[in-house]
Structure formats: structure tokens, C-alpha cells
Design a protein around this ligand. Structure first.
Ligand SMILES: [Fe+2]
Length: 115
């Protein structure tokens, strides 16, 4: 059972450069790599500051939304997996891509980019 509040808001850090380690270790980092007509989206949690990855504290899932529509979701296990996921997409230019990550102790964290 998670200790995170069920109805907690999504944390969306406006200026990650000015944020502390707590925010940096939870906020998803989004990488975009174009390969022909395909856009490969890679999301890493703990890019600047590693997030714990132990049974009592880990990233339980990462979800991608395109213009608020869910397009991919990854359920993760502690220790056996790292909180980095990639998916090939076919998104139109101008789409707002949001990555949301869930920490079992610290709730929901998001980042956005426009593709
Ligand atoms: Fe956490």
C-alpha cells in the first residue's frame, strides 16, 4: 500500500534549474529523438539526481499523455527495473506531451514538452 495521498495534486515544477534535489529526483526528464516519421520518446525519472529504487521507495509507473490523451503507460518494479522508459510514437508537431511519474512515497510528478 502506498503512503502517497490518493488525491494529491500533480507536481509540475516550473523552473527545474532553480529547484532542489527533492524536485529534481522526482520530475520526469523527457528526451525526444526523431527517426524518420517516428518520434522516440524517452522518459527518465532521476535524471539530475537519482531517485531511490528500493522496495520501500520507488517509481511505480510512468505515463505519457499527448494533448491530455493517454498514449503509453509503464508499470515498474523496484530494483529489477530502472525508471527509464522509451516508446516510438507518431505525434503531430505542436502536440503537448506530458510525462507523469508516480513515486510510492511522494506522489505524482509531471513534465511537459511540445513536440
Ligand atoms: Fe520519492
Amino acid at each position: 500500500m502506498s503512503d502517497a495521498p490518493i488525491l494529491a495534486p500533480v507536481n509540475l515544477v516550473a523552473d527545474l534549474d532553480a529547484a532542489g534535489d527533492f524536485e529534481k529526483k522526482h520530475t520526469p526528464h523527457i528526451d525526444l529523438d526523431t527517426a524518420g516519421d517516428t518520434l522516440v520518446v524517452t522518459v527518465t525519472v532521476g535524471w539530475d539526481v537519482p531517485h531511490p529504487n528500493q522496495p520501500d521507495h520507488y517509481i511505480t509507473w510512468i505515463e505519457l499523455l499527448a494533448n491530455d490523451a493517454p498514449v503509453a503507460r509503464f508499470d515498474l518494479s523496484p530494483v529489477a527495473t530502472a525508471p527509464t522508459v522509451s516508446v516510438k510514437t507518431a505525434l503531430d508537431a505542436g502536440t503537448v506531451l506530458r510525462a507523469v511519474a508516480h513515486c510510492n512515497l511522494h506522489g505524482l510528478w509531471a513534465a511537459e514538452v511540445t513536440v
